[in-house]
Design a protein around this ligand. Sequence first.
Ligand SMILES: *Cc1c(COP(=O)(O)O)cnc(C)c1O
Length: 426
Amino acid sequence: MSQEFSSPIPTLTRSARGLLIEQVALADVAARFGTPVYVYSRAALTDAFDAYRRALGERRALVCCAVKANSNLGVLSVFAQLGAGFDIVSGGELARVLAAGGRADSVVFSGVGKSRAEMHQALEARIRCFNVESATELERLNEVAAQMDRTAPVALRVNPDVDPKTHPYISTGLRGNKFGVAFVDAKTLYRRAAALPHLRVCGIACHIGSQLLDSAPMVEAARRVLGLIDQLAGEGIHLEHVDLGGGLGIRYRDESPPTVDAYLAPLLKLFEGRPEELCFEPGRSLTGNAGLLLTRVEYLKRGEEKNFAIVDAAMNDLLRPSLYDGWHAAVEVAARDVPKCTVDVVGPICESGDFLARNRDLAVEEGDLLALLSAGAYGMSMSSNYNSRPRAAEVLVDGQAVHLVRARETMESLYALECALPSSQP
Ligand SMILES: *Cc1c(COP(=O)(O)O)cnc(C)c1O
């Protein structure tokens, strides 16, 4: 890779004090909170959200942050204070949104497997809309709402069968996919939903995939959705909002995703003069390049075929490289006057798949800090305790201020919910 430092994180710069995020030196964050640690920039989060707001202009629209991309309360509270809505996929995420100060009436609930308990919880909180993904889910939601003497606002998540040309694991709008209802079944299901007494049909939703680098598949999906809306209107079923999901990609390496403006422009044109409220569910494009994972080199190990920088972060902290070959820039925090060496950046976990970055030319010595960039989305939220590793701390930087928004897990917390059996009597 080219060693020219070109930061995908807009508020990350190089200075005499090494890498800075906003005005805070990453070396100071590591000294104060230890490593591995996720570091987010409030200004970068805010700018990413504002890009959507600016692009949408006067259009009646709601931007719902996809909570699964980054569910830290500190991060969610930044968006809540900006007036964002939230896209959730579980009762746990709803609880997080409310704890972070988010408004229930701006929450949309996606996901193929909503339990009765989750439906109950979301109805109790009076969320804005359930994005329903199957015929039986419609029936179940109607039942739960009936028991509570409530009416559930629903949109059907349709599967427009367009190929987003992204990684198969993050492509969600194709026919063979578990998500959404088939386009050909949508009308029947809308008729059924309209007939169920405890449902109120209010919209339509789709989400075709993630890390999209071109708006064309989205525009094609929206075109199909519009056709369906007009057919339904002909039957007296009027939809008030259109939720076009998330999916806009970011630059990890050398990708050139469209700006939010360029991405949304053809969609806004398509909906020009139409009364429906638009809704978006961006995740990666809001948080991905607002955060990094800071880690320390424990060992440099020369192998027969490869050299390794063994760091204190691992696949349990950042799964994307192992899970779908995600690429994250690995950058030296302090510029070092040592020869560069080609290394695989790997963690201490007992799996060959435990790598964070491969074949990188790095000038590092043992004890040095490395920053894995573009880790603000699907980083901490996908982390685990595999190998009984306490999860990383999370820090949110705001100008010169540093907020610890999640303390490092303790060893005790790892098994706080477990118990050993008493020794059996002889
Ligand atoms: C994951 C997901 C999103 C967010 O996707 P990004 O690619 O991170 O923008 C939005 N909506 C739904 C339904 C999702 O599953």
